[in-house]
Ligand binder design. Structure first.
Ligand code: 6PG
Length: 475
């Protein structure tokens, strides 16, 4: 019979997604540009269910029931457009083309508009969880028309991760909403990983070995920090390099790479005017780690403390670092979710932030126990920021002493904690009743007559600073 869903692109992510679909009883049409790969897939994974292999795009398209549901799983970028161009002549009105890659949301908006003109549905969807997630249950963040979700949603929900019986998949909103949400997911992923790396760095500076820090993370994973990234941190820190007998983390090059989604998140934050400072610091920290020329020039030349925390109470420090990690993580979520809210307003998406947090509870890279609490808080409604949610206010109050101490101790010892400190700076910024932004306004008015407002009456004002004249009300 006809296949009810198709997958184009059988590299690991596509192949695993196709297997996941087949395991859930779907008849899956599969197509890969190099036919040998399609044949290899059919040969290796017949045990997973029913696949219909196609040698040409035409054959692939005609093996699908209508409306066709075609999931493109190729490297984001020009490859996606190439596949769309190849598919187009063979498609019929109402067919649904899904892009499951890490596409830039602006590309998704462009592609969606193009296909909509042709009477087709284009669904840009975030898929998180890596290769294992694609096979066993990812978190899925589809955008596109609401109408397309009626035909596509049940299939995606069937293969998504489940938490408390609920699928980690929901319609995010029109056109680029799904890919935008995935982009911010990745931005938060960068921040989460930066905080984790700083936690490890601070504990190392207190004299703990990688294996000892691994034990700490394993313990943390049983409590409030329970999350996938904390779990695999223990795994990474525990690994011994068989060649040198040292902890593997000590022989891995200390230059973090990136493929772009973190950078896009920050660029979008700048455009929307949303301070995603923790994510920005995380992207910059990766860039700084990779700047070999500057690091080589500065090492041994720039003076400063020697990174040793000295005589500290280790168990107290471990608790404080746990608090810094939890509190910083909350700030990164607050910033990222605020960015989604702002984008939703800017692009008219009407994204439900509580739903976003709900489908991030399982399957994705940033899945964490904390997300249930965050989702519940947003669902209760009316939050100007996650930080003022009742349970978060209480959580921050409890943990901020430890958080401040970690930033202080690390800074004094010369251990850089850009993530922890920028999260704390944001927290202190939004809770301040008075900011030095007043002085910035004064300076702007002084050198450029940019005007300012007054706290005691409405209007716009300018002081003729050099002429010594009286303040002028401009409007
Ligand atoms: C996921 C991940 C994944 C992403 C990697 C690599 O949700 O499964 O976010 O989509 O490609 O995290 O990102 P960087 O190479 O930029 O670190």
């Amino acid at each position: 019979g006809l296949a009810n869903v198709g997958v184009v692109g059988l590299a690991v992510m596509g192949s695993n997604l196709a297997r996941n679909l087949a395991r859930h009883g779907h008849t899956v049409a599969v197509f890969n540009r190099t036919h040998a790969r399609t044949l290899a897939h059919l040969e290796s994974y017949a045990v997973d269910g029913t696949f219909v292999g196609a040698e040409t795009v035409e054959e692939f398209v005609s093996s699908l029931e209508r409306p066709r549901r075609i999931i493109i799983m190729v490297q984001a970028g020009a490859g996606t457009d190439a596949v769309i161009d190849e598919l187009l002549p063979h498609l019929d009105e109402g067919d649904i083309v899904v892009d499951g890659g890490n596409a830039q949301f602006t590309d998704t908006r462009r592609r969606e508009a193009r296909l909509r003109e042709l009477g087709l549905h284009f669904v840009g969807t975030g898929i998180s969880g890596g290769e294992v997630g694609a096979l066993n249950g990812p978190s899925i963040m589809p955008g596109g028309s609401r109408e397309s979700y009626a035909a596509l949603g049940p299939i995606l929900e069937s293969i998504a991760a489940k938490v408390d019986g609920e699928p980690c998949c929901a319609w995010m909103g029109p056109d680029g909403a799904g890919h935008f949400v995935k982009m911010v997911h990745n931005g938060i992923e960068y921040a989460d990983m930066q905080f984790i790396a700083e936690a490890y760095d601070v504990l190392s500076a207190a004299g703990m070995s990688a294996a000892e820090v691994a034990d700490v993370f394993r313990e943390w994973n049983t409590g409030e920090l329970d999350s996938f990234l904390v779990e695999i941190t223990a795994e990474v820190l525990d690994r011994v390099d068989p060649e040198t007998g040292r902890a593997l983390v000590d022989v891995i090059t200390d230059a973090a790479e990136q493929k772009g989604t973190g950078r896009w998140t920050v660029q979008s934050g700048l455009e929307l005017g949303v301070p995603v400072s923790t994510i920005a610091e995380s992207v910059f920290a990766r860039a700084a780690s990779g700047d070999v020329a500057i690091r080589d020039a500065a090492q041994g030349v720039l003076s400063g403390p020697d990174r040793a925390l000295g005589d500290v109470d280790r168990s107290a420090l471990v608790d404080q670092v746990r608090e810094a990690l939890w509190a910083s993580k909350v700030v990164a979520y607050a910033q990222g979710l605020e960015q989604i809210r702002a984008a939703s307003e800017e692009y008219g998406w009407d994204v439900d932030v509580a739903t976003v947090a709900r489908i991030w509870r399982g399957g994705c890279i940033i899945r964490a126990r904390l997300l249930s609490q965050i989702s519940d808080e947003y669902a209760a409604g009316g939050l100007a920021t996650l930080l003022v949610a009742p349970s978060i206010v209480a959580g921050m109050a409890e943990r901020q002493d430890g958080w401040r101490r970690v930033v202080g101790v690390a800074t004094s010892a010369g251990v850089p904690v850009p993530g922890f400190s920028s999260a704390l700076a944001y927290y202190d910024t939004v809770r301040a009743d008075r900011l030095p932004a007043a002085l910035i306004q004064g300076l702007r008015d002084n050198f450029g007559a940019h005007t300012y407002g007054r706290v005691d009456r409405p209007g716009t004002f300018h002081t003729p600073w050099s002429q010594g004249g009286a303040e002028i009300q401009m409007s």
